[in-house]
Ligand binder design. Sequence first.
Ligand SMILES: C[S@@+](CC[C@H](N)C(=O)[O-])C[C@H]1O[C@@H](n2cnc3c(N)ncnc32)[C@H](O)[C@@H]1O
Length: 253
Amino acid sequence: MRALKDLMTQRFAKATTSYEGAAKAQEAIAERFLERLHVKGFPKGVRVLEVGCGTGLFSRPFQEMFSPSALTLNDICPSVEEKVASLCDARTQFKAGDAERLAFEPSYDALVSCSALQWFEAPGDFLARMAEPELTWIAFCAFGEGNMREIKAVSGVGLSYPTKKAWARMVPEDFEVLVCEEERLTLWFDTPLDVLRHIKATGVGGVARVRWGKEALGAFCTAYVEAFEDKGKVPLTYHPVYVIARRKPTRSR
Ligand SMILES: C[S@@+](CC[C@H](N)C(=O)[O-])C[C@H]1O[C@@H](n2cnc3c(N)ncnc32)[C@H](O)[C@@H]1O
């Protein structure tokens, strides 16, 4: 698992320049996540920790919409710091490191994360550790079991993602789940090679540790087209799961 994390970190580090041009699905997901936060009354002006901020695709509109009184942007890839530097000021700071291992201080009112928790080794343990008494909101969007299903179907390899139910179950007991919704977002490409280029440019490496020779790559492309081609295009499906939870009120005796 550690090796997978290192591989993922290398891939994101390489993709920081190409990410925002290619991450059309993640951009749409960030927008939809923000809408849901707004609808559910996510508060303005509170102390927020965002884990897995990447190049700031979600962080930028989030900061604009909710004006946190303090915002810590975290990512395991130190190289994204320059990408989020324009967001940093007296109230906003960047902290590099593996969120599952870092000690975050001071306390936060809210923990948010967009398209990142599926890379964690034990996201449920992470949420439980972060749910200290002052934390009132836990809101994240992460990928579900149908994510990049085409890659898995054709190559037989790929990450295993939790189901919507499993993501909801990771929310600590003291929190009420206000939103638990899933979507399927499909991007269409001219060829399977374009699908692979897209995956590489976003750094999300859904194909795990596969290094294909020419023959295997050819076989992959043929099988992909046979299985999924529609009107001259091939799909790649994203499966985001949105979870927004608020701490349950404590009962007074
Ligand atoms: C798909 S990108 C999403 C970036 C951004 N939140 C967005 O919506 O575009 C996932 C990010 O999570 C980061 N990440 C993955 N595992 C992490 C961990 N354990 N701790 C902190 N960041 C992590 C990756 O480096 C990457 O930048």
